[in-house]
Design a protein around this ligand. Structure first.
Ligand SMILES: [Zn+2]
Length: 335
């Protein structure tokens, strides 16, 4: 009896050992299979592709080549009043200028954009024709008259501000208005010095050293103040009175300006002088016809002749000479 029981227990133990060994073997097989599958999956991921994937470099936009006769016309306005004075035109005349330029297919740029374009750093489509509206001094009408027109016609402008006058009279712009215009993306704010003192007069009165120091202060201080108060980068300057000499050009560059503008009625072309950007001085005489003569590069004085007067060779030549002399000797008192 004892022996029988012993045999049964023995069998039972042997059987259960066999079963557990079998299960163990099966589990190991499954685990191995799973590991192998994982390894094969990993290999499949890393398997090199048959065809190499072509490397696409990021698109490099090449600057647009400029046609050799490409020109940008920079206009210099001051004030827009119903009662026009010498350096002011009516709001209606301003709108007629903008409408006309738009109808002729002109794009409106800021001066900094025109500099970029003519220095071959313009990316995108080259405007067929380009013009720049600049407004000197900081009269209130730049906000009340010009700014709404810029928005209406999708135009841009560069304003030259002399900082001492900002917010100082009813006729001047405020810092708040300047900030709003700067943030609109339609208006570039540039410097017109601190006090608007005429360099030409200072040069006559002061010693060379004092003249330099005074002008350096005017250029540096106005730039700093505009940047600090408006939170912008000021790139450009317009010399008061439109006058320029070698000293002023060097000082403007040293003060950190990238360009500076004068009054000189000719278009800005590829070889322009960065520190003497020419501008056409718009006055009460600048009718739409006169503007057309500028931007179509007709000799300036032909547009100034009275209606019906035929420009003969002699009278146009004399007038051109006279006019040129007036510029050279600065008889014309540009503001
Ligand atoms: Zn001025």
């Amino acid at each position: 009896m004892k022996l029988k029981t012993f045999v049964i227990v023995g069998w039972f133990l042997a059987f259960s050992a066999l079963i557990s060994a079998l299960f163990g073997a099966m589990r190991m097989t499954f685990e191995r299979l799973a590991i192998r599958r994982q390894e094969e999956a990993a290999k499949a991921v890393l398997k090199p592709v048959d065809k190499p994937v072509p490397i696409v470099s990021s698109p490099v936009i090449k600057p647009v080549p400029l046609p050799s006769d490409y020109a940008v016309f920079v206009l210099c306005y001051h004030d827009f009043q119903e009662k026009p004075s010498k350096w002011s035109i009516t709001p209606e005349r301003l709108e007629a200028h903008i409408q006309t330029l738009k109808a002729w297919g002109f794009s409106f740029l800021t001066v900094s954009e025109a500099v970029k374009l003519l220095k071959g750093r313009w990316q995108g489509n080259l405007p067929k024709r380009a013009v720049v509206i600049t407004v000197d001094d900081g009269f209130q009408s730049a906000y009340s008259v010009l700014f709404p027109l810029l928005k209406r016609y999708g135009a841009k402008a560069t304003l030259f501000i002399y900082t001492e006058w900002v917010g100082k009279s009813e006729g001047s712009l405020t810092w708040e208005q300047l900030r709003e215009m700067a943030q609109s993306g339609l208006v570039e704010i540039a410097s017109h010095t601190v006090t608007h003192a005429y360099p030409r007069n200072l040069k006559r009165k002061l010693t060379v050293e004092k003249y330099k120091r005074k002008m350096e202060w005017e250029f540096v201080q106005s730039k700093l103040e505009l940047e600090r108060r408006l939170g912008i980068k000021v790139e450009g300057l317009a010399y008061p009175g439109g006058f320029v000499d070698g000293t002023l050009k060097a000082l403007a560059q040293r003060a950190g300006y990238k360009w500076a503008a004068v009054i000189n009625p000719k278009p800005m072309t590829a070889n322009f002088d960065r520190y003497a950007i020419p501008r056409y001085g718009v006055s009460a005489e600048t009718t739409v016809a006169a503007l057309k003569a500028w931007v179509t590069r007709q000799p300036i004085l032909l547009a100034r002749l009275k209606d019906g007067a035929k420009p003969t060779l002699s009278n146009s030549k004399t007038k051109v000479r006279k006019f040129k002399r007036a510029y050279q000797t600065r008889k014309i008192n540009w503001r």
